[in-house]
Ligand binder design. Sequence first.
Ligand code: MN
Length: 465
Amino acid sequence: MIPMGDVRPVRSLREWLDRLASDGRLGIARPGIGLRHEAAAIANRMDGRRATLFPQPGGHPGVVVSGLVSSRSWMAEAFGVTEDRLIAHYQRSAAEPLPWRERETGPAQEVVHCEGIDVLELFPVPTMNEHDSGPYISAGLMISRDPESGVQNVAILRCQVSGPDRIGVLVLPRHTDNFFRKAEASGTGLEVALVIGVDPACLLASQAIVPLGRDELEIAGALSGAPLDVLKCVSNDVRVPAEAEIVIEGRLLPTVREPEGPFGEFPQYYGERADRHVMQVDAVTHRTNPIFHMIVGGGLEHLLLGAIPREATILATLQRSFPGVEDVHLSLGGVGRYHLYVKLRKTQDGEGKNVLLGAFAAHYDIKHAVVVDTDVDIHDPQEVEWAVATRFQADRDLVIIHNAQSSKLDPSTDKGVGAKMGLDATIPLAAPEMKFKRIRVPGEAEVDLNAVISSGVAWREVHGA
Ligand code: MN
């Protein structure tokens, strides 16, 4: 094994595949695995264990990869840090982004198509979950430009291949939508580029919860320790990572909405079919023999890509108001978005409830939040449950907020309007010391079991009977 933290950050998808392959973390499927469900089924079975590469899937000459960043330790390794520093590294990168560096040429534009574009002919686009409406580009970075300021935004939006050069896009009410509304109001489309096959830093940076007007590609640079090289698109002014495998250039059309969905989403349910935004493809560029990245909806890669950037940015937001907040965790059971655990070094009575209110304000996806003391391991859901079981009283420590903005993909909400529930499971400051003192056997952690437990000895012999 490569010693973690000693390694260089990776700068491209190919470099990352080399790293994974170097110690057996890349499984190679037999050629010709089907693109309809079959590749996704295998990727799900490999989820969290090994990444998978599918040569000539469905008879297409291309290549699909999946499961690139399906563990916290792999993400840390891709940035050249240890896992325990992952969140701090991300926080610093979001706070101190590095402006990108524009180049004249790069691998992402080795091959250029401007006419007769057929996305499904060019790339092996898989169909994943049972009731998905068809082939989806699920790991594409949608990069857009503010029509007024020119500042860029990066987001992963689900993209249905609706026709040879037409893509249905779910645009949630965040930054891409903000740019689109300005473009639509002036009667033009929004210039965009859909970028597929990027390094882990670009993937993770795209999910940062940062203010509007912050180009997430600059966070990618900071994550990997050097400015990101970018290229100007051939048909518009969007800048894209120079090392990307595939760039689909186009416009989100004004006033046009067409059916999109259903699509298997991160909460393990289908996002419904409805009229959505449409991207008209104007040009496609790619590397020679491009690699297509598939993120299977609801898999670990999908959950962790949401969780890690959110943890880092939510922690930074909370710490601005509450210096006693030491750590946060978005649990996998809470689909990496809905359940937040907060570790607080409490100094004021009532502070736990203020922290809960801050958490709900930090991101509308947060639905249930639990605040615990510093002796609780928030990365272990069983520890958090223990704190709730023994330190929380519902009539005193519960906060409920009605009819707040929530995740539209949570099927229990009313079209994205739902309740927030906060649990303050911290110990009262005035509690007598022994009342909440956690039991502990002195020396337990230091025991060297190999030194004290012998194997292969019959108990009757040592018993002496
Ligand atoms: Mn943004």
